[in-house]
Design a protein around this ligand. Sequence first.
Ligand code: SAH
Length: 363
Amino acid sequence: MTREAPLETILKRMIAAEGPIRLDRYMSLCLSHPVHGYYNSGDPFGATGDFTTAPEISQVFGELIGVWCVHVWQTMASPIPLRLIELGPGRGTLMADLLRVASRLTGLDRNTIAVDLVETSPTLRQIQATRLDGHHVAWHENLHNVPLGPAIVVANEFFDALPVRQYVFRNGRWAECFVGLNERAQLAFGFAPAPPPPPAALPHERPPEGTIVECSEAQMAMAEAIGRRLAAEGGAALIIDYGHEGGYGDTLQALRQHRFVSPLDQPGRSDLTAHVNFAILRQALQRAGACTYGPISQAGYLKAMGLTERAERLKSSADAKQRSTIDSAIRRLAGHETPMDMGTLFKVLAACHPTLPIPHPFQ
Ligand code: SAH
């Protein structure tokens, strides 16, 4: 028998004392508890970790985003410094690939490119520092702390890690999901009568019995903060994540060592995420004064940015084994044949200051 995860003991005590906790609080403690939170206790990425993100699959992903950033920066009249803000940079891989391309295309260096990373995990900050050694990097707890001025914001698989609330429509009324204790004193989901979810998350018609709706206040607040910053200071944002444009259902999932487990199993030891509702993000960005474009599929975005050409270039100087690795990486990033393929499940949303032209490839 595995020993109970330390966070499980803490949560059980907390619930015994205070009563059931809302799902978003549970998710937030599992991911970000200062000691036992998932992102604070190790390196979750890659083949030996729990999941693999696009930048870890191929350098081409970050490089193409680098090309996008430089294009947009030029439409902003090339302000110095070129300020790049990344939300939730993981291992720093995307930023490293992006910076290589950005400095080559612009001729700028560490004195003229400012990198601001919004990252809450001390463990990942250290990995990012090593990865981005030689660049001018600053770390922040929150977007509000990043120096003002025009900037380009990038967020890959960041929004899916922000805590969600979940509601169910039953017997003509709404109930909200809580984590409590069952009769055997084990963690269990339960629903308690609650006010309806925010209008943005609701179906247009009266929902059928049993409809599940998810909504993330943290996501909405973050999208609004990005929108306000773009509208006030100038710049653009690129948000890439897995999700839908206003769908419903239970999408909360937990991944440990590339396998799905119960979100209640060993809290703090698996990656908890939920599908991002792009319709809600778009509304929040617009409400704050930014113009939005998309979302378009990750496949569509990457191909329009030159995925195939870049892959061919890499293959031209590679051996047979490397060529086949490149091919499978490209299929994973832009294909949609297997459930692992990210091409259509993942989507790309852009937001800009209202005076900027529609960014490529969102026309
Ligand atoms: N963008 C990376 C990592 C995605 S994982 C990649 O594509 O590989 C999510 C990242 O967001 C991690 O770096 C995690 O520590 C960070 N994170 C999660 N919640 C956060 C929050 N509230 N504020 C800042 N960073 C957060």
